[in-house]
Design a protein around this ligand. Sequence first.
Ligand SMILES: C[C@@H](N)C(=O)N[C@H](C)C(=O)O
Ligand SMILES: [Zn+2]
Length: 248
Amino acid sequence: MKRSALIFLTLAIACSSPKSDQEVFSEQQREELDPIREIDLVEEMPELEMTLRDQGLVNVEEEIPGIMVELKYSTTDNFFKQDVYGDLTKAFLQPEVAERLKKAQEMLQAENPGYTLLVYDGVRPSSVQQILWDNLDKPDSLKPLYVADPKKGSLHNFGVAVDLTIFDTKADSTLDMGTSYDYFGYPAYPDREKQMLSEGKLTRAQIANRDILRKVMTANGFSGIGSEWWHFNAFSRKEAGEKFEIIK
Ligand SMILES: C[C@@H](N)C(=O)N[C@H](C)C(=O)O
Ligand SMILES: [Zn+2]
């Protein structure tokens, strides 16, 4: 239930004066409507999640039926082996970006029953962008290929970029895309697929899997980048700067 709805409900209960609780609410209903429990729920919401909601971003799992989320930077299973999101485990995006992603998910599921999008990252505060940049073990000249320069800002910092793959619910596994998420090298480059195929570093099946992801994303207003098969932008840097604020 949304926070505003909870607060409204709490106020409504406090202000109304029924003959007695017992006449109106069952035991279970009274527990559900207990204002102290509601306050506990509000306090349990991670601070970063509250900030994101206050700034108008939406939780993709609340907007997109069936989508899966595994925020890699909220685990230690990432390229710098640190959990930098703490208790934030949900992916947030600008509402119009989530709307496009919903259409991509619908198209994916219509064309490939059993497949679903699996989101690895959505909005990413600029403070986290700096941590990624500092921990990327590449020469400074190459770093922007893999992690956007925090001084300029990543499209993730505006909530208009998403990192994702496809999960096959029948096989209970992700599709084989040829590399893991955040593999920083040529085998992950969409721009180098022909070369990687001829060198035996990618298979046709892996490229075909990437094509499924690219098709549903680009058909619904996203564009990919040349160095990461998992990253998609919904707006240009210029458009994002005009329309949205950077999340700090
Ligand atoms: C770090 C990687 N997952 C990513 O999102 N890279 C792009 C280029 C970014 O930082 O914007
Ligand atoms: Zn990304």
